[in-house]
Write a protein that binds this ligand. Structure first.
Ligand code: JEB
Length: 384
């Protein structure tokens, strides 16, 4: 694989030669070339930046040096130009695998406020382009991101890691869980013992322990990996903010009206709540919502009460009821329950057949032993 780097700080990329095995470079598996972008300037000051059109703070990298560099390096169709940028697609293992199948990667490392947009538009006409971001935090330039991406890609190249087994074992990470904790000698260190199961020699027990630890860690640290917060059609389930209070109140009222109209014989308990009330409980309840076509169509909230995850206000816009959105919101709020929760508890209107049927199907059982508000019944379910 050929790797080119365009940067105004070529020394910043010197670690490449340290971190990638010399063997891979010497054997020709890797051909690494770091270029000083200023080599393609022509003025006395070797200028690579200029003020932004439209005004604003900071400087923008001018297009000509990049354009000349692409020409000089004979970037061509089939090559991939990687722009590291805070506004890029998130770089992850899947992207690393895609990049690993490329013959040549050309990293364009920006600085200042970024690179003139026309460089990207031009790049798309001469090669494949990926705009990639390491994550949601701000760096001063693209070099560190280019280093990280390189390391993640290069270790995937066939013949790079002498150890084939360690690549196989990593399929674990690709199953989308965090790694289990690892231990080595000595058996006891500073009064801390290695978990007994790992010394047992019982491979089935060890595998089971590791799987449990992986899940526990993932649930605690990265619940998003266990339960991607999107509906089947890609609509995100988002955390509510105080700015959503008005729409949440409107959705609750619309649901109350629909519920009362559907059950004229029962008196659906009214919600006497103001906008200020909603804003105030949003601070105490973890609340999620779903928007469709810029309209709030679903919500649910929960908070921890002892070891119970107290779920409530599950609401779906009346015109969208019966499409499974309520079930998905329920599954979501269950999935995000903190590790301390050992059961789910919720109230529902005593007269609401439909809701009760949905909760029963989701595994909830009537709890006559637990107190609930007037006109409501209490349901609960053990956490698995
Ligand atoms: C990458 C870069 C800058 C707005 C603010 C700051 C070129 N995950 C990441 N965070 N920051 C970057 C990144 C990646 N990949 C990154 C390239 C540049 C930041 N800046 C500074 C630009 N715009 C300039």
């Amino acid at each position: 694989m050929r790797l080119d780097y365009l940067t105004i700080f070529p020394d910043y990329l010197a670690p490449l030669r340290l971190s990638l095995p010399g063997k891979a470079i010497d054997s020709g598996l890797l051909d690494i070339r770091v270029h000083d972008l200023r080599d393609w300037t022509h003025d006395r000051h070797r200028t690579v930046d200029d003020t932004p059109y439209g005004g604003g703070a900071g400087m923008v990298m001018k297009p000509e040096p990049f354009g000349e560099a692409f020409d000089a390096l004979e970037v061509q169709p089939g090559d991939t130009i990687v722009f590291t940028t805070p506004s890029g697609e998130r770089f992850d293992q899947r992207v690393a695998e895609e990049l690993a199948s490329s013959k040549r990667l050309v990293f364009a490392c920006g600085r200042y406020e970024g690179i003139d947009q026309r460089v990207l538009d031009h790049a798309r006409e001469i090669a494949e382009v990926r705009e990639l971001s390491l994550g949601d935090y701000v760096l001063n330039g693209g070099e560190v991101a280019a280093l990280a991406i390189t390391e993640a890609v290069v270790r995937l190249l066939p013949g790079f890691m002498g150890n084939a087994a360690s690549l196989v074992e990593e399929s674990h990470a690709e199953h989308g869980l965090l790694e289990y904790p690892v231990y080595t000698k000595p058996r006891t260190w500073q009064e801390r013992a290695v978990p007994e199961v790992l010394l047992s020699g019982d491979h089935a027990r060890i595998a089971a322990w590791r799987a449990t630890e992986s899940r526990r860690r993932t649930a605690q640290r990265r619940p998003d990996l266990l339960h991607p917060s999107v509906l089947d059609d890609g609509t995100p389930i988002q955390r509510a903010t105080p700015a959503d209070a008005g729409e949440l109140l409107t959705l609750q009222r619309a649901c109350w009206v629909a519920e009362q109209l559907a059950n004229p014989d029962v008196r659906v308990p009214a919600l006497h709540e103001s906008l200020a009330d909603v804003r105030s409980w949003l601070g105490e309840w973890e609340t999620y919502l779903v928007r469709r076509a810029d309209r709030l169509v679903g919500m649910v909230r929960a908070r921890l009460d002892g070891d119970a995850w107290d779920i409530g206000r599950l609401a779906v816009a009346p015109d969208l009821q019966g499409e499974g959105l309520g079930r998905r919101l329920l599954a979501h709020i269950e999935a995000v329950a903190p590790a301390a929760a050992t059961s789910y508890v919720l109230f529902t209107g005593a007269g609401s057949e439909r809701n009760q049927r949905m909760y029963r199907k989701a595994g909830y059982r009537l709890r006559r032993d637990l107190p609930g508000p007037e006109g409501a019944i209490v349901l609960s379910k053990r956490r698995r």
